[in-house]
Design a protein around this ligand. Structure first.
Ligand code: ZN
Ligand code: ZN
Length: 203
């Protein structure tokens, strides 16, 4: 229900709770009997809480300048939910937390769930992991205890796959470098590049 109510000045209300009933306002000194919409009375009764909530929101808001009104609305509602959750947390938990820290925990939680999604993607299809991931770097293969003499080597995955598909024979080319993230041996340069940029890196 949308209400416009003229008291001293115009006030506007949107409510999903109240009916369109007029209720007698509680008498205060020096005033005569007044009737007001139930929503107005409820607002007057709880407005200190609303003001306090607005105040809390203003401290830590991540409201951004945007011309899209629905983004503003989203951020506002997000802030509101976060502040309410923070109040409930501090009421029910033995470990009190500042709102600032609470916001950080929310961010950590959201990032953690996003990171697991990416990891799961990478596992279910190794191509997604090697093509999309940004943390792939070339490292020298560490010397193992068995091979203290000379350098540790592995066969290059790109070279091996290429020869296997082109000649039918698996000719291994040794390299001293590997991608740690993929745990795959790769030659410096082209092999590393195509392995991380092309779906069919053997072509
Ligand atoms: Zn190679
Ligand atoms: Zn890699």
């Amino acid at each position: 229900m949308a209400i416009k109510w003229k008291d001293i000045r115009d006030v506007f209300f949107l409510t999903t709770v109240h009916d369109d009933v007029l209720v007698e306002a509680p008498l205060s000194r020096g005033t005569h009997r007044k009737i007001k919409p139930a929503a107005v009375l409820a607002y007057n009764k709880y407005k200190t809480g609303v003001d306090r909530s607005d105040q809390m929101l203003s401290y830590n808001t991540f409201e951004r300048k945007t011309i899209k009104w629905w983004k503003k609305l989203f951020f506002r509602l997000f802030d509101l939910a976060a502040v309410n959750a923070h109040i409930l947390h501090n009421k029910t938990s033995n470990k009190k937390m500042s709102l600032e820290i609470f916001y950080e925990k929310i961010a950590e939680g959201l990032l953690a769930s996003a990171c697991t999604e990416i990891q799961v993607q990478g596992q279910s299809s190794s191509a997604a992991g090697r093509l999309v991931g940004r943390d792939h770097f070339l490292y020298r293969i560490p010397a193992t205890h068995a091979k203290l003499e000379g350098k540790s080597q592995r066969s290059c995955r790109a070279c091996a796959e290429r020869s296997k598909r082109q000649t039918g024979k698996s000719v291994k080319k040794c390299t001293t470098m590997c991608c740690r993230k993929c745990d795959v041996g790769l030659c410096i340069g082209q092999c590393f590049e195509v392995f991380h940029t092309k779906l069919n890196y053997w072509e």
